[in-house]
Design a protein around this ligand. Structure first.
Ligand code: GLA
Length: 372
């Protein structure tokens, strides 16, 4: 399977963890299809860890926990598909999943066949309980091979948290996305940490296999499994979504989107910001000034997006000369600037801008090259 855009969807872990069940999955499918999420691009509905029984059956196959999924997984997949969505599930390269359920080690071909039979479209494959003697790259290649030969298109989402220098080998495996960071938590410091990790490996992101910065915490406000105290502020969630989109991360929502407020929806469903994430060229971002969190990315249609992420605890002004963005001094062109969060048109600017950004806030500016 060739993955040309960062995958988008919803994953059960951040909010529900072990409490996931058929009812909740159906609710989420209804909300995703009925409230504009699918239309905005969120197409995968993924069940994370804790869906299976602790033991395989007599044929070595994984068994969905009947208390949580009384009609089995095929019925769940059918429901998800009936809403126009794709269905994802979770396993692990090791003997057990991180929560201690059966992992796929030495069962890769059986599991791939089972998932294909159920109608699975996406497999998140974690990294817990890997036998010491086994090599991570080989285990991901094994499962990818099993998936490539199972008769169904199943996107492999590798989740080795960047261990064993994942970026050096992941593209040999067949994974369409890979977890480039440790686990996200619903805190401002977690957003900053994952951003800082990404700064060291963003060059490895690109079509075919996208750097996954982990599921979104937008809208959690401290509720759910990875929730901590009150979570983050609305502005911090906006900065989080800005960074993930700017760096072309998969956008996998993790909050309980049933009854999400209009403010949260205006983040998750912002078409312009999603278009940045999903830009068909996926050109690598570059840092405009190595001392500041000012970045640029050149879009497929000739626009430039400037991303300014004020992750510091004080308000600041940023200096952005257009000469750093490919506009030579006598090129006779300026930039017509639009703020992607407010929609505001800043007009046609010449030579430079010096925007002011409050602490923990961000600016995403889409710039059209125009003759002066
Ligand atoms: C690991 C992963 C998480 C989640 C849990 C499930 O920690 O990184 O994203 O899948 O396992 O147990």
């Amino acid at each position: 399977m060739v993955v040309s855009r960062p995958p988008m969807g919803w994953n059960s872990w951040n909010t529900f963890a072990a409490n996931i069940n058929e009812e909740i999955v159906k609710n989420m499918a209804d909300v995703m299809a009925g409230e504009g999420y699918l239309e905005a691009g969120y197409e995968y509905l993924v069940i994370d860890d804790c869906w299976a029984l602790r033991e395989r059956d007599e044929n070595g196959r994984m068994v969905p926990d009947p208390a949580k999924f009384p009609h089995g997984m095929k019925a769940v997949a059918d429901y998800v598909h009936s809403k126009g969505l794709k269905f994802g599930i979770y396993s692990c390269v090791g003997n057990y999943t991180c929560a201690g359920f059966p992992g796929s080690y030495e069962y890769e071909f059986i599991d791939a066949a089972t998932f294909a039979e159920w109608g699975v479209d996406f497999l998140k494959l974690d990294y817990c309980w890997k036998p010491r003697s086994a090599v991570g790259a080989q285990l991901y290649r094994r499962m990818a091979l099993a998936l490539d030969n199972c008769g169904r298109d199943i996107l492999l989402s590798a989740c080795s948290w960047g261990a064993e220098e994942t970026h050096r080998w992941i593209k040999s495996t067949g994974a369409g996305m890979w977890r480039s960071t440790g686990d996200v938590f619903d805190t401002w410091s977690s957003i900053k940490d994952l951003y800082n990790v990404q700064k060291g490996i963003y060059e490895y992101n690109g079509q075919g296999c996208f750097n996954d910065m982990d599921m979104l915490i937008v809208g959690m406000f401290g509720k759910g499994h990875v929730g901590v105290e009150a979570g983050c502020t609305l502005e911090e969630y906006r900065t989080h979504f800005s960074i993930w989109s700017f760096f072309g991360s998969p956008l996998m929502m993790g909050s309980d989107i049933r009854g999400a407020s209009d403010e949260i929806k205006s983040i998750l469903l912002n078409k312009d910001v999603i278009a940045l994430d999903q830009d068909p060229a996926y050109r690598m971002p570059y840092q405009v000034d190595c001392n500041q969190d000012v970045w640029a990315r050149h879009m497929a249609n000739g626009d430039i997006v400037i991303g300014i992420f004020n992750i510091n605890d004080h308000d600041a002004s940023f200096f952005i000369p257009f000469s750093e963005l490919g506009l030579g001094r006598i090129c006779g062109r300026g930039l017509r600037i639009r703020n992607l969060w407010t929609g505001e048109d800043w007009g046609l600017k010449k030579e430079l801008i010096t925007p002011f950004v409050k602490a923990h806030e961000s600016l995403l500016l889409r710039c059209r090259v125009e003759e002066l």
